[in-house]
Design a protein around this ligand. Structure first.
Ligand SMILES: NC(=O)c1ccc[n+]([C@@H]2O[C@H](COP(=O)([O-])OP(=O)(O)OC[C@H]3O[C@@H](n4cnc5c(N)ncnc54)[C@H](OP(=O)(O)O)[C@@H]3O)[C@@H](O)[C@H]2O)c1
Length: 296
């Protein structure tokens, strides 16, 4: 049984705020709504009421940035968000994405053609019951579609008032630089954690350019990672996942973690990480984990 200290106040506000393109400000601990769907990110959740309760609890805990995508379910995650939260409380930002097709459970096929993205945005607007999507992310560049053409389509949808802010996911620094020549980019969502640092230089680029960086799969993996996490978690009397999140929050003021869960209990633990402060030594030990892993 994990020892988890719950502070008297569990609030995403304690993580501070991050600006999205200077237009919107959100608490720096969000929620990823991919895990609310059925197995393999496919179909409805086993328990619909439980999934709706997780979303409502997130907002009660001051989470005001919810990440989703048309491909989660597909459609299911966006539909659940609208069912749980519409009419959306003031300040709640829904960030959705497009650019994948879903032929079946655990299957993802690229489609970031202009025609598909236009259709995808219409579908998301309808399911989320919005006139304009606050943040729309290109889910991933499509290798058979010119990247500029995908981004230009999102810029055009922004001009038409269907999207407020444009964002990217699963991209390199070069993609961000190319996209920014077409339209302002407010956030970048790549896989990242203290133990998974392939995108360190993209985090640095985002930090230097005032772009929010949204790490997905924020839980560190690997044997050394587990040992170090457990030791630091015991010292703070919190769970290891909270320590992984606290490291991300400290890594850059532009990092906006979106831990995903289908359980209200896990949600509360994750949001409680907003109050965990690592010492310099703890931060450095976790930062050194990839090197420790490589010498094993
Ligand atoms: N842009 C992309 O390509 C991309 C790809 C993947 C994900 N995402 C986004 O990023 C979000 C987060 O990524 P993720 O869901 O893959 O990874 P994650 O948040 O690191 O991990 C989620 C997993 O950890 C479990 N978990 C969550 N909180 C826990 C806790 N306190 N204690 C123990 N287990 C816990 C969840 O299971 P339970 O349900 O049992 O809690 C789930 O299996 C997603 O929801 C999605 O919005 C984006």
């Amino acid at each position: 049984m994990m020892e988890t200290k719950m502070t008297s106040e569990i609030s995403a506000k304690l993580a501070g705020q991050v600006s999205l393109g200077g237009e919107l400000s959100v608490n720096r601990l969000g929620f990823g709504a991919m895990r609310l769907t059925g197995e393999g990110v496919w179909g409805p959740p086993k328990d619909r009421n439980k999934a709706l309760a997780v979303l409502r609890r997130a907002v009660e805990l001051d989470v005001n940035f919810i990440d989703t995508a048309d491909s989660y379910g597909p459609n299911v995650s966006e539909e659940l968000i609208a069912e749980a939260l519409f009419p959306y409380p003031k300040g709640v930002v829904i960030a959705t994405k497009g650019g994948w097709n879903r032929p079946g459970p655990n299957q993802w096929t690229h489609n970031a053609t202009p025609a598909h993205l236009r259709k995808a945005v219409e579908g998301s607007l309808k399911r989320l019951r919005l006139d304009r999507i606050d943040v729309y992310q290109l889910h991933t560049p499509d290798p058979v579609v010119n990247f500029d053409a995908s981004v230009e389509t999102l810029a055009e949808l922004r001009r038409q008032g269907k999207i407020r802010l444009v964002a990217l996911s699963n991209v390199t620094k070069e993609h961000i630089e190319r996209a920014r020549k077409i339209v302002p980019i407010v956030s970048v969502q790549n896989r990242y954690s203290f133990a998974d640092r392939e995108w360190d230089f993209v985090v640095n680029f985002c930090d230097a350019n005032g772009i929010a960086f949204i790490p997905w799969f924020p839980l560190g993996a690997g044997r050394v990672a587990g040992e170090v996490l457990d030791q630091i978690a015991r010292a703070h009397q919190v769970g290891p996942k909270q320590i992984a999140l606290a490291w991300l929050l400290r890594r850059s003021p532009f990092i906006l973690p979106i831990p995903g869960t289908s359980s209200s209990e896990h949600l509360e633990e994750n949001v409680a990480a907003a109050a965990v402060r690592l010492t310099d030594q703890e931060y450095d030990r976790l930062a050194g984990v990839p090197e420790l892993e490589s010498v094993r």
